[in-house]
Design a binder for this molecule. Sequence first.
Ligand code: EPU
Length: 302
Amino acid sequence: MRIDDPKLLAALAALDVELQHGASLAELTRLGIGGTTDLLRIGRHESIADLLNLLDHAAIPHKFLGGGSNLLVIDGELPFVILQLTKLDADVIIEGNVAHVDAAADLGRTVTFCAKNNLGGMEGLIGVPGTVGGALRMNAGAYGIQIGSCVREVKLYRAARREMEILKGDQISFEYRHTSFAPDDMMLSVKLELPSKPYQEILQGIRLCNEKRRSSQPLGQKSAGCIFKNPPGASAGRMIDELSLKGFSVGDAHVSDRHANFFINAGRASAADMLGLIAHVRERVRSAYGVALENEVVVWND
Ligand code: EPU
C-alpha cells in the first residue's frame, strides 16, 4: 500500500512521522519473509492519536510492528501500512530498582544495561530477540523468567479507545506467551522493577543462558524463534522431533536440524512455503498425538 496524497504526506511530516515508501517486511523481520508497503516511523508518542485519525479518515489500514522477531508476513504488495516507534538514544533510564524503558528498546541491550547497573532478574531473557514492547505484548520468556513478572507499570496507547493509558503490573494478566493486552494496544514504555544483584553474578547467569541457548537453538539462521507454543505439560519441539520431522521442508522453509520447534528460512522461502510447513507439521502432530498445536508466531495474512 502506498501513501501518495500530498495533503496526507504534509500532515504526516507535521506530526514528525517519517515515511518510507515500499519498505520490505522481509528486511524488517527475523524470518526474512514478507512483502512491501509504506512504513511510518513515529517520532513522538503524542502524535499517535492524530496519526490514527488521519489514517482512519483516509481509510488506510495499519499494523503496528515491534522488532519483527516473532512475525510471519504474507508476500507481495501488502494491503496495510506499518507503524513503528522510532528508537530513542536514551531508551533505558535507571532510578533505584526501577528501569524506565522505551518500548522500542532492544530487549537484549536492556538486560545488559540493567545488569551493568547491578539490576538482575532478567538473565533468562538475554538471547530473546526483539524489542521490549514486543516482549511485553506476548510475555516473552525463557529459562524460567517471563518479562511480565518484572513489570511495575506499562504506558500504552489503546487504539480502540483512542487514549493513552498507564496500567499497573497487577492490572495486566501475564500468562504463558499471552497477555490481557488488546491486539491493537500499542506498547509505549514500561517501568521494570528489578532486584539488586552484583554485576558479576548477573553476568554468570547471562553466560549460562547464552550457552544453553547456543547448544540447543539454531542461532544465526533466519527464524521466528519457536513456531508453536508448548501445549500444557508437553514440548512441541520434542513431539516434532519424535516424528522425525527435523530437516523436513516445503520449498526453502525447513524444520531446524537443531531444534524442531524452530522453522528456518534457508534461502528464499515464501510465506506460502512457511505456512505450508506449519500446516503440515501441525497436522502430523495432531494425527500422532491428538494435540492441536497453537501458533506462537504471529501471522499477518490479511
Ligand atoms: N527437545 C527435543 N528435540 C528438539 C527440541 C527439544 O527432544 O528438537 C526436547 C529437549 O531435549 C527438552 C525439551 O524438548 O527435553 C524442551 O526443549 P527446550 O529446553 O529446548 O525448550 P522448549 O520447550 O522447546 C522453550 C521456549 C523457548 C525458550 C526455551 C528455554 C516455548 C514454545 N519455547 O523451548 O522459547 O527459549 O524454552 O527456556 O515456550 C520462543 O518463545 O520463541 C522460544 C524459543
